[in-house]
Write a protein that binds this ligand. Sequence first.
Ligand SMILES: Nc1nc2c(ncn2[C@@H]2O[C@H](COP(=O)(O)OP(=O)(O)O)[C@@H](O)[C@H]2O)c(=O)[nH]1
Ligand SMILES: [Mg+2]
Ligand SMILES: [Zn+2]
Length: 356
Amino acid sequence: MKPEDLGYNADLEKYRTDNSLSAFEAGRIIAEHKERYIVKTDRGEYEAEITGNMRFTASRREDYPAVGDWVAITVYDTDMAVIHSLFPRYSVIRRQEAGKAGEEQIIAANIDYAFLVQAAGSDFSINRLERYLTICYSSGIKPIILLTKSDLVGEPESSLLVESIRQRISNVTVMAISNVTGKGLDDLLMMIEKGKTYCMLGSSGAGKSTLINSLSGRSVMKTGNISLSTNKGRHITTHREMIFLDNGGIVIDNPGMKEVGITDAAGGLEVTFDSLLSLAVRCRYSNCTHTNEDGCAVIEAIDKGLLSRESYNNFLRLEREKRHYESTVEKRRRKDRSFGKMLKSYKKDLNRKGDT
Ligand SMILES: Nc1nc2c(ncn2[C@@H]2O[C@H](COP(=O)(O)OP(=O)(O)O)[C@@H](O)[C@H]2O)c(=O)[nH]1
Ligand SMILES: [Mg+2]
Ligand SMILES: [Zn+2]
C-alpha cells in the first residue's frame, strides 16, 4: 500500500520535513483501545504505545492519538512501534460525553466526509440528523445522509422519508440504501473518492458495520478481530476501525453512540439552521433571541407556515445545549484557575517559611 492510499498527502509530508521528523516513519492510527494503538504504514501494521515523554506532556484528550490520526513512529521487533508525536489534524469530530460536564471525546481525526447513518423505522429522527449536521459543520467535515434499511419500509415510504429530510435539510446529499436488497450501494460506491476518509456516525443498530461489509464485499467488521498481546502479558482484543476499500476510499466505523452532545465552538449551528437564521436580519431587534419578541421574523415565518416549527424547536434545544456546554467549560476553567492560584500562593508561603 502506498502512503497516499492511507490518506497521506503533501501537507503531512511538508510537516514531516519541516519538523525534522524524517528519522521517523509516518503511520495512521487504524484502531485504538485504552491507550494502545494499531498503526498502519505503507510497510505494515504495528501495535504501538506512546512514549513516556508524550504521556508526560499530554494534558487533555486532544493530546493523545485517536483513530484517523497521523503519528511519527519508530518500529522495533517485527510488529511493534513507539509513537513519538502527533501530526497536526486537519479535522476532528468531537462529542460531549453525557454526564461528564465539559469533557470532550474525540470520535475520529482527519476526516473528509461523515456518513450520517439512520435506519428507516424507529431510528428515524430529523432532529437527530440536525444534531449530527451541527457536529459536522463545526468540525469542517462534509456530511452525507444515508437512510439505511429502506427494505423495511419499501416504496413509496422510503422515498417519502428521503423527501421529508430534503425539505428540512438543504445542500446535503441524501440517499436511501439497503444492505439486504443492495439498493443504492453502487451509487454510494461511485460517490466515494480515492484517498478520502469517511466516518460512520449514527445510532447503534442503524446498520453501519453491515454497510461497511457491503461496501468492502467482505465481512471485515465481523471477522476483522485482531488480538493484541501486551508487554505486561495481558491480552486485549480490538477490532479494526478503519477499512480500506478496493476503490481507494477509507472508511472509519464507529460503535453506536447513545448520546451525542454538541460542542459547537465553530458555528455549526449557524450552518445547519442557515435558512432559519437568514431570516433573523429582518427581526425588529438586533439582539432578538427568536423566542417571544415582537417583530421577530423567524416566529412570523413559522406562524405563516414558511418554516418548520419542529426544526425551529430543535434549533432552540441545541442552542440551549450549546450555551449550557459553554458555561460548564467556563466554570471548570475558572475552578482550574483558582486552584492554580491557590497552589501558587501555597508555594510562595512555603518559600517564605524557608527564607526565615
Ligand atoms: N432489514 C435490514 N437490516 C439491516 C440492514 N443493515 C443492517 N441490518 C441489520 O441491522 C442490525 C444492526 O446492524 P449493524 O451493522 O450491526 O449496526 P451498527 O450498530 O450501526 O453497526 C443487524 O442485525 C443487521 O443485520 C438493512 O439494510 N436492512
Ligand atoms: Mg457496528
Ligand atoms: Zn427574531
